[in-house]
Design a protein around this ligand. Structure first.
Ligand SMILES: *[C@@H]1O[C@H](CO)[C@@H](O)[C@H](O)[C@H]1NC(C)=O
Ligand SMILES: *[C@@H]1O[C@H](CO)[C@@H](O)[C@H](O)[C@H]1NC(C)=O
Length: 589
């Protein structure tokens, strides 16, 4: 009894400080869980968001398992891919009980773009913020949605995400607070969210040894190659929410025949509106666009066209004016011509923030030199965990690298996931695996836990895709914090860029930073033979990855931004422990 009282006190106390939500570690009384078998949103939280209304708790159950879905195998959530569309109003608490039913594989779900302010242990990164969810077990995610916008969720592992474990997550707010609500008449996120994924001919998570040889076979919008329908009424304006939910390096171009789009938000944050014929979304990016049905009543195609790893793949949706008989469209083969010129394509990081920001001129900066490098190590010395593969297979992971292969690295290193969940058990993490960002050369191994320790001050990260050994561009995702994208550039002459050359350009004042209204993004592209410079203000605690998910299906490419936080013991004690954690395949041996 005494213990109970003590716990109660701790819980109440934490919750008053706003440090952690009660739900995240309260004893489970799960009688009110709704099982989503309808593929529809949980109606309990999907509602018009009003002022002065009590936030709700939105409950979901996710069962993740392999199934045969439409035309092929997939990993599904409650039998569907994409999984349930999550809708909430700002300040609601989302509670998702995830059951891992993928035989012999570990799972974690990342809530892409959410801040997780005060709940860093809900960010869904295995061995960084939580223990992986073992086969057969469940984990309860619970977090407050503190900012409105277009987000999504996906399995942390790229292969699980590619196999179908993803879905949309829309956070609404009272309409008068929407800065651009005067530009549109309807914001029906339930009908007008388009989440773009890729399909593969077989399950990637079941084909880890041949992973590099399985290219995606199709693109899908809301799980469908050509059948999604968007109904509109003539002369009205609609806010569409576009999400690129692909884990590979697949930028997606989106356009609607004969219609212009006005971009109003990027990665969930409002931007100064720009009108264009086409937008490009990098993997993990979101864009909100307004489309006005101002053409002759009829049916039009919304086209999504892949690039790089998804080159030549297309998906489409119908944009249908009410009253139009679209039966004939179902048989139509739309022309491959895209009726816009490529210079009009808008990308998220070229947009400007809706509000001016106050950022310092001179601050501490860190150089992140990115390139493909040949590595000379024995395969069994490498640790492939959590990049493509949720199953820590070392040392039995089939060899996917040969000695002569090159891998994408940051400052000459690949990221190493720690031996214990860093956020929860920092003292259990081996010291010798940690290396400091900026001083990686002091570390001998190919892999180390690249860490940037920050306190409450703004830092600048200079991501230079040097391009000596590769022609690829890369997409990076920042967990937790939004990044101010202050500069981005690509060598017009197509010449590689060394650190020395970059520093000379910077010293000579040739690099112009937008310190007035840079866009705030969680997902950025780093152009080949070019750079992207971001500022972050780590004003809340946690262990946050800045990662390139699409750089590699073998060795991880990431750094960890670590900001001090002391988690209440009650939180740590209540979360599942992986102290005795053994990888699934090791158990079999
Ligand atoms: C729509 O068009 C198809 C043929 O294109 C026709 O068979 C069908 O009857 C039409 N439906 C309506 C409601 O007019
Ligand atoms: C990059 O492109 C250039 C020019 O097309 C080519 O000469 C070079 O071999 C390419 N490099 C790689 C690593 O593919």
């Amino acid at each position: 009894m005494k213990l109970f009282v003590f716990c109660f006190f701790v819980i109440a106390n934490i919750s008053n400080n706003g440090k952690a939500s009660l739900e995240s570690f309260a004893p489970s009384s799960d009688t009110n869980f709704l099982t989503d078998t309808t593929h529809k949103s949980d109606k309990s939280c999907h509602r018009p968001c009003k002022f002065n209304v009590k936030p709700r708790r939105c409950y979901y159950n996710f069962e993740v398992e392999p199934s045969i879905h439409d035309d092929g195998p997939a990993l599904t959530i409650n039998g569907f891919s994409p999984g349930p569309a999550l809708h909430a109003c700002v300040h609601d608490i989302i509670i998702v009980q995830v059951k891992n039913k993928i035989p012999d594989q570990d799972l974690a779900i990342h809530w892409h773009g959410l801040e997780q302010r005060g709940t860093p242990y809900m960010d869904g990164v295995p061995m960084i913020t939580q223990c992986p969810i073992n086969y057969g077990s469940t984990f309860k995610y619970a977090f407050k949605v503190s900012s409105p916008g277009t987000f999504f969720y996906h399995a942390y592992s790229v292969t699980h995400q590619s196999d179908g474990v993803y879905g949309s997550l829309i956070v609404d707010q009272p309409q008068p607070l929407e800065p651009h609500s005067s530009l549109y008449d309807y914001d029906r996120s339930q009908e007008h969210t388009l989440i773009i994924g890729a399909r593969f001919p077989e399950l990637l998570s079941a084909s880890l040894n041949v992973i590099n040889d399985i290219p995606p076979s199709s693109l899908v919008i809301n799980g469908d190659v050509k059948g999604t329908k968007i109904f509109v009424m003539q002369s009205y304006g609609y806010r569409l929410r576009l999400i690129n939910a692909i884990g590979l390096e697949c930028p997606i171009l989106v356009s609607i025949n004969d219609h212009l789009m006005t971009v109003v938000a990027s990665d969930g944050k409002p931007v100064q509106p720009v009108t264009t014929a086409a937008v490009k979304l990098y993997p993990g990016e979101r864009m909100d666009v307004v489309v006005r049905a101002d053409q002759t009543s009829g049916g039009y195609w919304l086209m999504a066209k892949g690039e790089s790893a998804c080159d030549n793949l297309k998906a489409r949706s119908m944009f249908i004016y009410s009253g139009f008989n679209y039966t004939s469209m179902l048989e139509e083969v739309p022309s491959n011509e895209l009726n816009y010129d490529s210079s009009s394509v808008i990308t998220g990081q070229k947009l400007l923030s809706n509000k001016d920001v106050n950022i310092a001129n001179k601050i501490k900066s860190f150089y992140l030199g990115i390139d493909k490098n040949a590595i000379k190590v024995k395969d069994e010395d490498l640790d492939y965990r959590y990049t493509s593969d949720a199953v820590p297979k070392k040392p039995t992971y089939p060899s996917v690298l040969s000695l002569t292969d090159s891998v994408v690295q940051i400052n000459g290193k690949n990221f190493l996931f720690p031996n214990a969940p860093l956020l929860l058990k920092p003292r259990d993490v081996f010291n010798h695996i940690v290396c400091d960002v900026g001083a990686e050369e002091k570390h001998y191994d190919v892999q180390c836990l690249q860490t940037l320790k920050t306190t409450n001050e703004e830092v600048e990260l200079i991501l230079v895709n040097e391009g000596f050994n590769s022609n690829d561009s890369y997409t990076f995702h920042m967990h937790g914090y939004g990044m101010h994208v202050v500069a981005s550039w690509q060598s017009p002459a197509g010449l590689p860029l060394s650190r020395k050359e970059f520093e000379k350009l910077d010293r000579d004042g040739l690099i112009v930073r937008n310190l007035q209204n840079p866009p705030i993004k969680d997902t950025i592209a780093v152009p080949n033979k070019g750079f992207t410079i971001v500022r972050i203000n780590p004003d809340y605690g946690g262990t946050w990855l800045l990662e390139c998910r699409s750089c590699s299906l073998t060795l991880p490419v990431a750094i960890l931004i670590s900001t001090p936080i002391s988690l209440p013991k009650a939180v740590v004690d209540t979360l599942p422990s992986c102290g005795s954690y053994k990888p699934a395949d090791v158990l079999l041996h």
